[in-house]
Design a protein around this ligand. Sequence first.
Ligand SMILES: C[S@@+](CC[C@H](N)C(=O)[O-])C[C@H]1O[C@@H](n2cnc3c(N)ncnc32)[C@H](O)[C@@H]1O
Length: 268
Amino acid sequence: MNDKEFERLVTFLESRYGINMTGKKVIVQGRLDNYLARNGYKTYGEYLNVVENDKSGHELQNMLNILTTNHTFFWREPDHFIFLKDVILPEIVKKEKYTHDIRIWSGASSSGEEPYTIAMVIKEFLALEYNNWDTTMLATDLSSEVLRYAMKGVYLKEKIEVLPPAWQRANFKKVDEYNYQVINDIRKNIMFRQFNLMDDFPFKNKFHCIFLRNVMIYFSEDTKRDLVNKIYNVLEPGGYFIIGNTENIDKEASRLEYIRPSIFRKPL
Ligand SMILES: C[S@@+](CC[C@H](N)C(=O)[O-])C[C@H]1O[C@@H](n2cnc3c(N)ncnc32)[C@H](O)[C@@H]1O
């Protein structure tokens, strides 16, 4: 890939998906070279012509599946889940005591470990009241491949071992010697959908809490600012916004209240 072709790809990715790959030519090429060779493309120019004019969305989707970084795991950054249980859920339950409706969105859900962890926290928190609440969650990502994986909810045994043993027993069933599947009672409560965070938000109802962790690291400051504004508009008053522990947002520009590192709140 020559510098001009790389520049073209960077501009395309950034303008459509917010993903900023500047300076990452080696990584990008390392991931794409094989794909081009296997699919008969002679040059990057030829490939980019197809991707940019891809009406079917097929080639584009393959590219996103290859280029997105989907690393995630259960119980990642535990302080967020503890805050959810100790602070956020008690507030929601109080506020929604007549509707019994909890609305949470995991906006870069990758292969499902994050939304499933959230769902398990909710289930444990509500305990005997669990079936009396609508706990349907939205979980979205750009990559169709990780979403397919998430919907199945099948994980290697060692991936679920970070969870407390009681949770493993209560929330998973054994598939075979190596694999465990999230039980239907949890899976049915998560709506996995493909969604590009750069698009207009189509949501009818506002969320009590939005997790957007470890995705904005790939976005430019301008993209982040616009996204945080959109987030603000779809949060309930008093609703929470949670980002990754190593991420930051422009506190001055945002109307969100700072609660503690990586946790923000829309004022009441
Ligand atoms: C590193 S994973 C984070 C997963 C999880 N939130 C966590 O913290 O463990 C980042 C995810 O963001 C998704 N992503 C990147 N750009 C996106 C966009 N414009 N819209 C939606 N998802 C995007 C990627 O596909 C990837 O699965």
